[in-house]
Design a binder for this molecule. Sequence first.
Ligand code: NAD
Ligand code: DAU
Length: 339
Amino acid sequence: MKTLVTGGAGFIGGNFVHYQLKHHPDDTIICLDALTYAGNMGTLKGVLTNPKFSFVQASIADREAVYAIFEQEKPDTVVNFAAESHVDRSIEDPGLFLQTNIMGTGVLLDACRKFGVGRFHQVSTDEVYGDLPLERTDLFFTEETPLHTSSPYSASKAAADLLALAYFRTFKLPVTVSRCSNNYGPYHFPEKLIPLMIINALSDKALPVYGKGENIRDWLYVEDHCSAIDLIIRGGRVGEVYNIGGHNERTNLQVVKTILHALNKPESLIRFVTDRPGHDLRYAIDATKIKQELGWAPETTFDTGIQTTIQWYLNNEDWWRDVLDGSYRAYYERMYHNR
Ligand code: NAD
Ligand code: DAU
């Protein structure tokens, strides 16, 4: 297989590159990434000398550059991770999300039509389903749950999903879509809840919890997401959507307290701050379809995965200290000052 991985210098895309090269050493990977604030070549350090791996810096929204890459590389599989991924940033600046997540996906789909591929896989999110009530723990998102987005981020991801599925129906492009719950693990950018809380706790800084911290997320260790996508691109049915999630539901406060406890830090570091506008209450995935069709099941429980993740941040201080550069500090100040 010759796979074009877009957004491969980011959190999940980077983990996917490592996963593919480890589990399918005969396959070739071309990573296309714009290296926005979230892209980090440090994440790919371990594979840069692998002859089966190459990297191209380009935006998925740059039609000319994308077509040139397809013409030269002729990938047979495309996995699209590239996106603006942070909900809070989408509330600050929605336009960039429309440009990358919708227009960029459109350019990739056009390239796939023009040059021909065996599979285009769109990496989507459970956020396209909106949220579930906190008290209805009997409810889960299935692939049939109507799309009902809350943020500019999730709306842009829903638009990209629909576009991909439209290219399947109209042009017979071999498309699959996966919708995954919240990931955590190594190389997670420290604007997101878990790495932000680990790093703030390590620095004895306040841990900003939105609202009352009662919102629920369904956490999945990133390697389990990678294994699910791997099964879908090799055996998933085209035109289908697959939900991915591990039944690891936790309130944000539970997650934050687990991190503080593991690091032996006091709960007095928790600071309740103004809630996120439009904040989704609860996400919970029903992953029956991928389990039944492809035999996928997550291997890592939250209790194990969170300890592994904390240990990774303790062992890889160089990686996250490099990330905390000037532009990230300015964002942090803007987002949390006076909140
Ligand atoms: P991330 O923000 O860590 O990484 C995104 C990557 O995309 C970065 O390397 C960035 O440089 C690159 N990128 C951004 N704009 C680009 C462009 N125009 N052209 C090329 N590259 C560009 O994101 P992530 O958390 O790794 O998420 C990856 C994908 O998975 C996204 O599509 C996201 O919507 C989806 N997803 C994320 C989660 C999660 O919990 N993080 C869960 C489900 C789905
Ligand atoms: O569900 C999948 C989605 O998960 C992905 O599609 C997104 O790309 C990814 O960013 C993530 O979205 P969330 O908004 O759920 O993740 P985030 O880490 O930003 O926030 C998790 C929860 O923690 C959410 O309820 C908001 C809360 N939170 C977040 C931050 C950054 C806080 O309480 N304090 C914070 O400082």
